[in-house]
Design a binder for this molecule. Structure first.
Ligand code: ADP
Ligand code: ASP
Ligand code: MG
Length: 402
C-alpha cells in the first residue's frame, strides 16, 4: 500500500466530464489498495473571474482579507463536485477545506506562507478508508481568517501535504503531459523532458514557466519530495522533478519568458556615492522586489538607474521613488510596461563558456534588441520588447535545443 498525493489544476476539473475523468483516475489508484489524498484548484478560469468581479465592486483598493474570502470559494466548489463524482463511482470520500485539512499559514493575505499542517484530521479520515479531497491554494491564519497562497498555489498545497504525510508519490496533473524545453503551446518543436533537477525547475518556474509554481518546487527540494508532472487527459509517464537526474547534463534545459514585468527608469540622478543605496533601500521599505538593474555611466555629474519589477509592484516602486524627490532631485521617472524577460536555464552552462554569446547571436539573427541582461550560474535572462517575446523564445530555443 502506498500513500499517493495527487493535484489537479483548474483545466483538469473545468467541467463535468473532466471532473468524472479525474474521479476515475483517483478511484483507480484507490482500488489498487492505495491511500489517496487529492488537492484540487478552482475550475477553469474561476479564480480570474472572481478577481474581475471584485474589481467591479471596488477597482483599485480591495482589502486583501476580503479578496481571500472570495477566492477561497473557487476551490470550495471544485472539491465538493469532485467528491460527489467519486461518491457516484461508489467509493468513500470526504472533501476538506484548507483549514479542515490543517493548513496553518502566516497572515500575508494573498501570498501567505504555510507554517505547518496539522495532519490529525487527514490521518483520521485515511484511517476510515476515505479518499480525501483537499481545497488547494488556501489556509487559515492565527486569527482564524482565511488566507490564500498566491496564484498557482495549489501546487504548493500538494507538495506540503506530501511532505507532511511522507507520501510515496506526489503527482501534479495538468493539461500538458510534462515539463518541456519551452512552453509547448508556444514553441512547436519544444521537447518533453523525462527528468529535471529541482534547481533547474525552480529557475524555469521563477522565470515564467507556470507549469509548476516556484514555491512548490522550493518546498519539494527542501523536503526531498519527488514530483511527477503528468497529463490528466492522457495516461502516460510525465516528467520527474528530483535532486539529481540520470540524464546527461544538457547545456540548456529550457527557455522561458515572463511578460509580467515593467521597467522603471530614474533619469538624471546625482552621480554621488550612496544614491543607489538610498534608492534600493527605499524600494525595500515599500516591499518592492527588484530583479534586473542597470546604471548608466555618469556624465556631467548625473546618471540614470533602471530596474525591473513585477507589473503589480510597478506603482509601488514609482511611489517609493517619488517619496525621495526632495533628497534626490532626479529629473524624471519613466515606467515602461512594453517589456518581457526571456531566459535560458541549464545546470550545464556553469562549466561552459559561450552560452551568453550564443543566446545573443540568436537574438541578433532574429532582429531582437536587448535592453538589460542578468545571469547566474544556471541562467541568463535578457529584457526585450514585449511584442517580440514569442519570436525571441523561438529563436533562442532553436539555437540551443532545435
Ligand atoms: P494547472 O491549471 O494545471 O495548474 P497551469 O496553466 O498552471 O496548469 O500550467 C500548465 C501550463 O503551463 C501549460 O498549459 C503550458 O502552456 C504552460 N507551460 C509554460 N511553460 C511550460 C513548460 N516549460 N513545460 C510545460 N508547460 C509549460
Ligand atoms: N485557483 C488558484 C489560481 O488560479 C490556485 C491554483 O490554480 O493553483 O491561481
Ligand atoms: Mg498551475
Amino acid at each position: 500500500m502506498s500513500l499517493i498525493v495527487k493535484k489537479f489544476g483548474g483545466s483538469s476539473v473545468a467541467n463535468t466530464e473532466r471532473i468524472f475523468n479525474v474521479a476515475q483516475i483517483i478511484v483507480d489508484d484507490y482500488k489498487k489498495g492505495n491511500e489517496v489524498i487529492t488537492v484540487v484548484s478552482a475550475q477553469g478560469d474561476t479564480t480570474d473571474d472572481l478577481i474581475e468581479k471584485a474589481k467591479e465592486i471596488n477597482g483599485g483598493s480591495i482589502s486583501k482579507r476580503e479578496m481571500d474570502m472570495l477566492l477561497t470559494a473557487g476551490e470550495q466548489i471544485s472539491i465538493a463536485l469532485l467528491a460527489m463524482a467519486i461518491e457516484k463511482l461508489g467509493c468513500p470520500v470526504i472533501s476538506l477545506l484548507g483549514w479542515q485539512a490543517g493548513f496553518n499559514t502566516d497572515s500575508n493575505h494573498g501570498i501567505a506562507r504555510i507554517k505547518n499542517i496539522n495532519t490529525e484530521r487527514i490521518k483520521a479520515e485515511l484511517a476510515k478508508k476515505n479518499i480525501i479531497i483537499v481545497a488547494g491554494f488556501q489556509g487559515i491564519n492565527k486569527y482564524d481568517d482565511l488566507t490564500t497562497l498566491g496564484r498557482g498555489g495549489s501546487d504548493t498545497s500538494a507538495v506540503a501535504i506530501a511532505a507532511a504525510m511522507h507520501a510515496n508519490r506526489c503527482q501534479i496533473y495538468t493539461d500538458v503531459d510534462g515539463v518541456y524545453t519551452a512552453d509547448p503551446r508556444k514553441v512547436k518543436n519544444a521537447k518533453k523532458l523525462n527528468e529535471i533537477t529541482y534547481d533547474e525547475m525552480l529557475e524555469l518556474a521563477t522565470l515564467g514557466a507556470q507549469v509548476l509554481n516556484n514555491r512548490s518546487v522550493e518546498m519539494a527540494k527542501k523536503y526531498s519530495v519527488e514530483l511527477e508532472v503528468l497529463s490528466s487527459l492522457e495516461r502516460k509517464d510525465g516528467t520527474i522533478v528530483r535532486e539529481n537526474t540520470k540524464m546527461e547534463k544538457m547545456l540548456i534545459r529550457g527557455v522561458t519568458s515572463d511578460k509580467n514585468v515593467d521597467t522603471i527608469s530614474v533619469i538624471g540622478l546625482k552621480d554621488l556615492p550612496g544614491v543607489a543605496f538610498k534608492l534600493f533601500n527605499k524600494l525595500a521599505q515599500y516591499k518592492v522586489n527588484v530583479d534586473m538593474i542597470i546604471q548608466s555611466v555618469g556624465r556631467d555629474g548625473t546618471k540614470d538607474i533602471s530596474f525591473t519589477v513585477s507589473h503589480d509592484q510597478a506603482d509601488a516602486a514609482v511611489e517609493s521613488i517619488e517619496s525621495l524627490k526632495s533628497i534626490f532631485q532626479y529629473s524624471n521617472i519613466k515606467k515602461d510596461e512594453n517589456v518581457a524577460k526571456v531566459s535560458v536555464v541549464g545546470a550545464g552552462m556553469e562549466s561552459h563558456p559561450g552560452v551568453a554569446a550564443k543566446m545573443f547571436e540568436a537574438l541578433f539573427d532574429a532582429d531582437v534588441n536587448i535592453r538589460m541582461i542578468t545571469s547566474s550560474e544556471i541562467k541568463i535572462s535578457v529584457l526585450i520588447d514585449k511584442s517580440q517575446t514569442d519570436k525571441a523564445v523561438a529563436a533562442v530555443h532553436e539555437a540551443f535545443l532545435g
